[in-house]
Design a protein around this ligand. Sequence first.
Ligand code: KMH
Ligand code: ZN
Length: 308
Amino acid sequence: MKDKFIVTAAITGAIHTPTMSPHLPITSDEIVEEAGRASDAGAAVVHIHARAPEEGKPFGTPELFAELLPRIKTRSSAVICTTTGGALGQTAEQRVAVVKRFSPELASLNAGSINFAIFPVLDKIKEFKYDWEPEYLAMTEDFIFPNTFKTLKQFSGYFKEEGTKPEFEVYDVGMLNNLAFLVEKGHIQKPLYLQFVLGILGGIPATVGNLMFLLNTAKEMFGEDFVWSVCAAGREQFRMCNLALLMGGNTRVGLEDNLYLEKGVKAKSNGEQVEKIIRIGRELGLEPATPDEARAILNLKGLDKVKF
Ligand code: KMH
Ligand code: ZN
């Protein structure tokens, strides 16, 4: 499937807050509908976080995921990739509970610890809709997103028990070193699925050179035995996804990473961003993979084996 690329839509995430865009899905109904629209637009994978419905605070509990996953499965045939990054400040056990309970085909597995900083946006927004928003953002000035080797081993064990494929979120080059260690010790198996996450404050900046460096380092460590995709924060989203397409990779768009469609224009839905990257891909002679093609590319266990 050389001329196919997987489009993932990261629907709501845990970084943006309701004041930042009226189009950010908050309630379970909105998240389900946005996942459906992204899938209708051609996303093969939808990456799902949960939020407390009243004020939209990111928080993934099994109860909240139970309101989302079966309904998304009914609404679309897309691969559902649940987060285990969760919300900033959730414990590792809270974050991985979704895999143990729902046994998804695919879930994120963050490949190392970093400063995960979103506080600079406080300089730009003067009034917030909800009190939790400035508190949540401010907290990240002193926040480390913890993914220690102990956690990585535990998460990998749970994923293996469930047959859930890990999508490794790689925020910096040292995280590839972490993964090589886990491969060597037998905690994780190739072929790996790597999601290069560029442009987070605390991680590697979103530049052409850095993406090449990440990819070349991954090749040195894992040979050709991996599938890769790119996502990038904010306005770098489409530039980096474009680059990934040119380099033979897959792409992730969505309001988790970027609230805009183009400069000064907010995306009204995840579906608009999916349509845009597919338009760009087609100009390059590439076609979006269907959900079943994505399942084949990523070697997933199949929708009939999830527990929701
Ligand atoms: N929750 C963020 C700290 C993921 O989904 O695994 C990172 C995140 C990645 O959202
Ligand atoms: Zn996420």
